[in-house]
Ligand binder design. Structure first.
Ligand code: NI
Length: 168
């Protein structure tokens, strides 16, 4: 079982800007691999370290929806370029159990970061993976998907959203 647990909204850690990873040590490797396990158990498409109460710029993502490819682990990810073309699709977040909303995101992004071996990554991706990158990098900056809701939908969210006690 993974040792990390997912914190849920409105836990204030979700609003903190996560700190860059300075050194890839055993702790960083252990946390990253545990995040993958936790993401898969929770059936998520991505997870950011601050969603597990860890103040580090680490994200993990499923590289495809079938989960038959290795997941991506990206340290200090930066979205270098975003396509102007936006796609509106339903999106969820492991920190908002059972809550889904339609959110507009760039269809294509170009991301840079580092992998667990310290190798520089350059990833160009689109559709589901591009959406996941935007969502997870937002997390590292304390930004949540509900921040994109219109005032009307935001009010509905506040009415509908039930804060869970804990999530396993
Ligand atoms: Ni999320």
């Amino acid at each position: 079982m993974p040792f990390l647990e997912i914190v849920t909204y409105p836990n204030p850690i979700l609003r903190k800007v996560a700190q860059p990873v300075k050194e890839i040590n055993d702790e960083v490797v252990r946390i990253s691999k545990d995040m993958v396990e936790r993401m898969r158990l929770a059936r998520g498409a991505g997870l950011a370290a601050n969603q597990c109460g860890i103040n580090m710029r680490i994200i993990v993502l499923e590289s495809n929806l079938k989960k038959d490819r290795d997941p991506l682990i990206v340290l200090n990810p930066v979205i270098v370029e975003k396509d102007r073309e936006e796609v509106v699709e339903e999106e969820g977040c492991l920190s908002f159990p059972k809550y889904f909303e339609h959110i507009g995101r760039s269809r294509k992004v170009y991301v840079k970061g580092i992998d667990l071996d310290g190798k520089e990554l350059s990833i160009e991706c689109e559709d589901h993976l591009a959406r996941a990158f935007q969502h997870e990098v937002d997390h590292l900056n304390g930004v949540l998907f509900i921040d994109y809701l219109s005032p009307v939908k935001r009010t509905l969210f506040k009415k509908r959203y039930v804060t869970p006690k804990s999530i396993k």
